[in-house]
Design a binder for this molecule. Structure first.
Ligand code: F0G
Length: 409
């Protein structure tokens, strides 16, 4: 395996463990690349399935179980908490609300730190440890911060997180504090926090935003686990929220690799959903622009995806083209309504995750998705990640009643 520039016109190659965040020649993002695989699809399917009954900590992880597609590390150096292995749950009321005959949720909020970031962090922090890093850093709207802090704590490293001041759910700040992170507050949006950490990350600090290609390697295994669960039959659509677009890039990479290895015949269409007030990918996609149409002051109550200049936008555009997918946006009111419906299904999620159901409904209403399509929505964060949002929301006030009111009924 090696690192490669993600712009195929450049394709500069670097040694796998070289400490670089961008291509030294053209400045584009890097990705992990591998030579031809030595396994047949059948052998891989059986190998991975058999690992379900193994006691090896790597096999208990929904990430490292697929290690034939990951960088290789000595087993004792892998920093894992058994991440992944989250169920695929049907949403009954959610399907009805969206106008679908069925919808299934892959709930990545049911991971060790209650969000999808753990899947990438297990690989990112393992690489940091392999490189001998003592301090890891990231900018974050909250979830990356908590996840990085937890995995860094497991690896005995210092975690420094840069948060947009006053724009992160208190639950997420609390989580990062509990795992012992150093917190740096930055005035302005996430984009500003990211620019700050990039300026400050010197050679002694290992950087763990999704620019880091090792994180995306972990996140891509979500699609390996999902497709295994579906008997290697691709759904018609996979719907995912879009913020910094790391997941979008990672899922697209997974589809390319799975198809290349003969594990799937059909590539699912990827639908990326952003909030209307923080929709740079949607603008760029709609205009067919080759330049990012950034949003200067992103606004949405779904703070996890309040991002105006996503780093992985070029990778995301490629993924949309490759999968025949699209980027759409939804309003904050639609997100709130979708979130309450997912809650009524007994599943729950944080606001950013609810963009998926709101987006699915929008596409059904437009006639772009048929009622009987096979749709999987990716829920990225747990319902308890942003409790202030729930308490503040209008719909809850309608169901909170005093005991006197109940007795009067
Ligand atoms: N959903 C949740 C709950 C998130 O926390 C994020 C991103 C996204 C969706 C978007 O994912 O960036 O891969 O497109 N959160 C980052 C953070 C930015 O700092 O926690 P993406």
């Amino acid at each position: 395996m090696y690192l490669r520039c993600s712009d195929e016109r450049c394709s500069t190659k670097l040694e796998l463990h070289q400490r670089a965040l961008a291509c030294p020649r053209c400045g584009d993002l890097l990705e992990v690349a591998a030579g031809p695989l030595m396994f047949s699809p059948q052998v891989l399917k059986e190998l991975w399935w058999n690992r379900h009954s193994s006691r090896d900590p790597r096999d208990r992880s929904g990430v490292w179980r697929f290690r034939e597609f990951l960088p290789d590390y000595p087993p004792q150096d892998i920093v894992t908490m058994g991440e992944g292995n989250v169920p695929l749950v049907p949403g009954i009321k959610s399907a009805g609300w969206a106008g679908l005959s069925g919808i299934r949720f892959k709930h990545l909020g049911w991971n060790p730190t209650a969000c999808f970031k753990d899947l990438g962090m297990t690989v990112g922090v393992t690489e940091a440890k392999f490189q001998g890093a003592r301090t890891v850093a990231c900018a974050s709207t909250g979830n990356t911060a908590g996840s990085m802090a937890a995995y860094a704590a497991r690896a005995g490293m210092t975690a420094r997180v840069y948060l947009p001041a006053g724009a992160v759910s208190p639950n997420k700040v609390a989580q990062a504090l509990d795992y012992g992170a150093e917190i740096v507050e930055v005035e302005g949006s996430f984009d500003r926090a990211l620019a700050t950490v990039l300026r400050e990350a010197g050679s002694e600090i290992y950087f763990l935003n999704s620019i880091n290609p090792f994180r995306l390697e972990g996140q891509k295994t979500v699609m390996f686990e999902l497709l295994e669960e579906l008997g290697w039959r691709s759904p018609d659509y996979i719907v995912v929220p879009g913020g910094n677009l790391g997941n979008t890039a990672a899922f697209g990479k997974a589809f390319m690799e799975l198809q290349g290895a003969g594990l799937i015949d059909k590539v699912p269409r990827l639908v990326v959903v952003q909030a209307e007030g923080a929709n740079p990918l949607v603008r760029t996609w709609r205009e067919g622009s080759d330049e990012l149409l950034a949003v200067k002051e992103p606004r949405t109550a779904a703070t996890a995806i309040r991002i105006g200049a996503p780093v992985s936008w070029k990778k995301a555009l490629k993924v949309l083209r490759f999968t025949g997918g699209r980027a759409i946006d939804v309003t904050d009111d639609e997100i709130a309504e979708a979130k309450s419906v997912i809650g009524r299904d007994g599943i729950g999620c944080e606001p950013a995750s609810a963009t998926t159901l709101a987006g699915a409904r929008k596409l059904v209403r437009e006639g772009a998705i048929g009622r009987d399509s096979n749709v999987v929505a990716i829920l990225t964060g747990h319902v308890l990640k942003d409790t202030d949002y729930i308490i503040r929301s209008r719909y809850t006030s309608a169901v909170i009643r005093t005991s006197a009111e109940v007795q009067a009924d």
